[in-house]
Design a protein around this ligand. Structure first.
Ligand SMILES: CC(C)(COP(=O)([O-])OP(=O)([O-])OC[C@H]1O[C@@H](n2cnc3c(N)ncnc32)[C@H](O)[C@@H]1OP(=O)([O-])[O-])[C@@H](O)C(=O)NCCC(=O)NCCSC(=O)C[C@@](C)(O)CC(=O)[O-]
Ligand SMILES: NC(=O)C1=CN([C@@H]2O[C@H](COP(=O)(O)OP(=O)(O)OC[C@H]3O[C@@H](n4cnc5c(N)ncnc54)[C@H](O)[C@@H]3O)[C@@H](O)[C@H]2O)C=CC1
Length: 438
């Protein structure tokens, strides 16, 4: 199923926003605000002081200030026939451009298609000091209904929203350094929350009951970040000729992408970088929506290792009609409520820009952007190499490091990119030339 709730979906927008790249940041914000109807407060939340100190002080401990990241908008995304503007909080140049570029190609061929499972999270209750773990497991399973009921007695709000504990699993570890062990899992539908606090509360609630049933001692009661029951998937299908550039024909590029993915499938050294490229698309959405990026990273990489060997999260192949097909399926525990999603003003505004109506829809969008990002990196790597496009955009950072300010930044960056020599010492030379009027 897809996470889109038709009844509450906002009016259609166009994600094309042509010419956005040529505007100033303020003009871009105005254009986006107009497209998605941002209010004044939401508009201001992307500016300096967007996270007031008083709010920040309420979010974590020993607060001394806030830390800003650039927020860019990836354009051109069509997902399940609907257009999305994608806010991304990220420090790395070329990520937003790369996603927008691939989304532009995909858009002309139906865009991305996504689906997701129900938002089921696992909580683990660790049980020790049990002599016969298999008999204990059988007793726990027999009391399934009582455990589920105890878990559900705690969060009336979640139950009223149609969520709650659905089932249990019991995993046996016969031998561990501390003796036989049981892990009782609560499988909880957390609806639109990331769900960590929700399921942790349930795990702590059922602990005395689990002790009484097993005769053992409960120690840990905590969610698993391996959200293997909460999956989101995206797929994109592109005719080879749609990939062609001035320098490369479409078939060469498509086969290059497939070969690049094959490398990541067989080699964990390459898979780590390949998957980092996927997370380039996902983490900026996780961050900008106030979600827990450590949780998403942890879940992604254990999923990539589920066969016992670390491998590619995505797959790329040529279908029988000669089209390039990319797919990405992975755990995606994102929330629209809870955590910092409702506290951080820019996170609320980012969700408004996205226009998502459910946590499942947000998860699907994130996975589609991860797939686009992966495609962009593989396309560049399989053709001209990553440095050309990436370094041209990184040149602005290098100009800033060299001391350029104001319009010097674009002048130095432009000269660096044009000479394909993006180095700080060269930037300093150029800056001296500009300032000396030579
Ligand atoms: C960077 C590009 C897109 C340039 O590519 P290009 O061919 O020079 O781009 P273009 O100027 O022809 O523009 C094409 C489209 O790209 C977008 N675009 C292009 N430039 C901008 C810009 N300044 N601002 C906003 N959008 C931009 C925009 O959508 C534009 O369409 P238009 O708006 O013109 O209709 C390309 O070279 C590319 O996709 N490179 C890959 C970059 C990448 O993957 N970056 C991630 C960092 S590297 C890394 O960490 C991951 C890695 C690589 O290690 C993963 C792995 O190994 O798998
Ligand atoms: N290992 C980990 O990943 C851990 C993460 N965390 C943190 O936990 C936070 C997320 O916890 P959550 O339980 O998501 O947040 P939360 O506890 O703040 O909010 C979830 C609660 O909101 C209520 N709610 C209202 N509307 C809802 C809706 N539409 N759908 C679902 N619930 C709704 C429910 O009562 C639900 O239990 C994040 O900040 C995360 O960093 C905490 C402990 C461990």
């Amino acid at each position: 199923m897809t996470g889109l709730r038709e009844d509450t979906a906002r009016p259609a927008i166009s994600s094309r926003l042509e010419g956005l790249r040529n505007l100033s940041p303020a003009e871009r914000l105005d254009k986006v605000a107009q497209a998605v109807d941002l209010g004044d407060a939401e508009h201001q939340s992307f500016g300096r002081g967007g996270l007031p100190l008083a709010l920040a002080n309420g979010m974590i401990e020993n607060v001394i200030g806030t830390f800003e990241l650039p927020v860019g908008i990836a354009t051109n995304f069509t997902i399940n026939g609907r257009d999305y503007l994608i806010p991304m909080a990220v420090e790395e140049p070329s990520v937003v451009a790369a996603a927008s570029y691939m989304a532009r190609i995909a858009r002309a061929h139906g865009g991305f298609h996504t689906s997701s499972s129900q938002p089921i999270m696992r909580a683990q209750v660790q049980v020790l000091d049990i002599r016969d773990p298999h008999a204990a497991r059988a007793r726990v399973l027999k009391e399934r209904d009582a455990i589920v009921a105890a878990a559900n007695a705690k969060d009336k709000m979640l139950i009223s929203l149609g969520g709650g504990c659905r089932d249990i699993e019991v995993h046996v570890f016969d031998q561990t350094p501390v003796g036989p062990m049981l892990a009782v899992h609560l499988l909880v539908d957390v609806r639109d929350a990331m769900g960590a606090n929700t399921v942790n509360t349930m795990a702590e609630t059922v602990a005395p009951l689990v002790e009484a049933i097993t005769g053992g001692v409960v120690r840990l009661r905590i969610l698993s970040n391996y959200a293997d029951l909460r999956l989101a998937r995206a797929t994109v299908t592109i005719p080879m000729e749609a990939l062609k550039t001035e320098d490369y024909d479409g078939e060469r590029i498509a086969r290059g992408i497939v070969a690049a993915c094959a490398f990541a499938i067989v080699d964990p050294y390459r898979a780590a970088t390949h998957n980092k490229g996927i997370m380039n698309g996902i983490d900026p959405i996780v961050v900008v929506t106030g979600n827990d990026w450590r949780a998403i990273e942890a879940g992604a990489h254990v999923w990539a290792s589920r066969s016992g060997r670390y491998t590619s999260l995505s797959s790329w192949e040529i279908d029988r009609d000669g089209r390039l097909v990319g797919t990405l399926e992975m755990p995606m525990a994102l929330g629209l409520v809870g955590g910092a999603t409702k506290t951080h003003p820019a996170a609320r505004a980012a969700l408004k820009i996205l226009g998502v109506q459910s946590a499942q829809e947000l998860a699907e969008v994130a996975v589609a952007v991860g797939l686009a990002q992966n495609m962009a990196a593989l396309r560049a790597l399989a053709t001209e190499g990553i440095q050309k496009g990436h370094m041209a955009l990184h040149a602005r950072n290098i100009a800033i490091v060299a001391g350029a300010v104001g319009d010097e930044i674009e002048r130095v960056a432009g000269a660096l990119a044009a000479s394909h020599d993006v180095r700080v010492d060269r930037a300093k030379e150029l800056l001296e030339e500009i300032r000396g009027g030579t």
